[in-house]
Write a protein that binds this ligand. Structure first.
Ligand code: PMP
Ligand code: GLU
Length: 397
């Protein structure tokens, strides 16, 4: 029969990628679409990183690498954890993968037995739920209240824990809300987790450097959780290197060894050129990252002022990442001549076709009633897109 295995049939397509695809298709038909659906920095990879890659490529030694990454890169990552996060992950505890997405999938396959529960605060990054499905685990969603900047409380966490809980998975700064957990807030969650030694914590810190207020805090800093926290990070966001495909983990040694074994049968070591570029990225001053972050901050402020003026878009000022996540439920039940908007997906489709702006429905992140707007685009495009959105929304009644 011409159909894929069940494990693929039950999988949802990534909505961030689906919206980006729909917007590319419209663009190919000559439509002037502004794509605010995709979460990737619109900056070039900094020159010194590209130069390091070119130099390595010109040397021609582009062969298979050790599965978990070349030693110089694992050392650079281990040093980065110490320097920036004061965390002790020895090079043997580092595994380099083909993007943080790949690192996360490895972890689900390594940690989750069939039927195990993975606790995920909502809104969550789009792929978490599908990764848990692929690992044949069960998601247990915990709702981060909008009034609490979409963050969960220790009490909520505790009441989601059962005998089957195996992993607590979250991102901070968070995609899609841009919220981040302070040290005190993380400590509160850690105090709960310490009572349940069967639970491992997967802390997705890929937006670490896109943070506008306060110090980035890692869940791995708490002594009482030692040996139970895996930090996921990568070069995509901090160094505008999404297409290079390189992510990494710092993990308890047995988890690193298991990820290495998994990759040895699945992907082998990631692209050698990207690994050399990542060494240059991690070992050089963070000036370009800081500059990029400042540009994001400027855009965030401009977009915030503009979104606030759009009727029915209730938004908070995000602290990090590069997304707004407004509540748009006001528009549910409103009509255009062709359709009634009953949910976020319909609103996004309406805006794609009427305003030619691509954004992502909150349902993709486990939060119906919201939409995600990426501001990884030029200020001019952002303002044009928001003007168009407002005009299209005003046509609904
Ligand atoms: N985690 C989060 C929260 C993300 O937004 C992304 C963005 N794609 C990833 C992981 C994966 O990043 P990458 O695979 O590009 O390293
Ligand atoms: N993380 C980005 C996003 O959330 C990239 C898309 C993806 O990998 O799904 O849009």
């Amino acid at each position: 029969m011409d159909k894929p295995a069940k494990r693929i049939e039950v999988l949802e397509e990534s909505q961030t990628i689906a919206m980006a695809k729909a917007s590319r298709q419209l663009k190919a038909q000559g439509v002037d679409v502004i794509n605010l659906s995709f979460g990737e920095p619109d900056f070039k990879t900094p020159e010194h990183i590209r130069d390091a890659a070119k130099k390595f490529l010109d040397g021609g030694y582009v062969y298979y690498t050790p599965v978990c990454g070349i030693p110089e890169l694992r050392k650079a990552i281990s040093e980065k954890f110490k320097r920036e996060n004061n965390l002790d992950f020895a090079p043997e505890q580092i595994v380099v993968s083909t993007g943080a997405k790949h690192s996360l999938m490895n972890l689900m396959l390594v940690l989750v037995e069939v039927g195990d529960e993975v606790i995920i605060p909502t809104p969550y990054w789009v792929s978490y739920s599908e990764m848990v499905k692929m690992a044949e685990g069960q998601c247990v969603f915990v709702k981060g209240a909008e009034e609490n900047n979409f963050k969960i409380t220790p009490k909520q966490l505790e009441s989601s824990i059962t005998d089957k809980s195996r992993v607590f998975l979250f991102s901070s700064p968070c995609n899609p809300t841009g919220s981040f957990y302070s040290k005190e807030e993380l400590k509160g969650l850690a105090e709960v987790l310490v009572k349940y030694p069967n639970i491992y914590i997967v802390a997705d810190e890929i937006y670490e450097h896109i943070n506008f207020s306060g110090q980035h805090e890692s869940m791995a800093q708490f002594e009482e959780l030692k040996g139970r926290v895996v930090v996921v990070n990568g070069v995509s966001k901090a160094f505008a290197m999404t297409g290079w495909r390189l992510g990494y983990i710092g993990a308890p040694a047995w988890i690193a060894t298991a990820c290495d074994k998994l990759q040895s049968q699945f992907t082998s070591g990631t692209n050698a050129i990207a690994q050399h570029a990542a060494i240059a990225a991690l070992n050089s001053p963070m000036q370009s990252t800081k500059e990029m972050c400042e540009v994001f901050r400027g855009r965030r402020d401009v977009v915030y002022e503009r979104i606030k003026k759009i009727k029915g878009f209730e938004t908070r000022l995000p602290d990090g990442a590069f997304y707004f996540f407004p509540n748009v439920a006001y528009y549910f039940g409103k009509k255009s001549p062709e359709r009634t908007i009953t949910n976020g997906e319909e609103l996004c489709n309406y805006l794609l076709h009427e305003a030619h702006v691509a954004i992502v429905p909150g349902s993709a992140f486990g939060a119906e009633g919201f939409v995600r707007i990426s501001y990884a685009a030029s200020e001019a495009d952002l303002l044009k897109a928001l003007d168009r959105i407002e005009v299209a929304l005003n046509k609904l009644d």
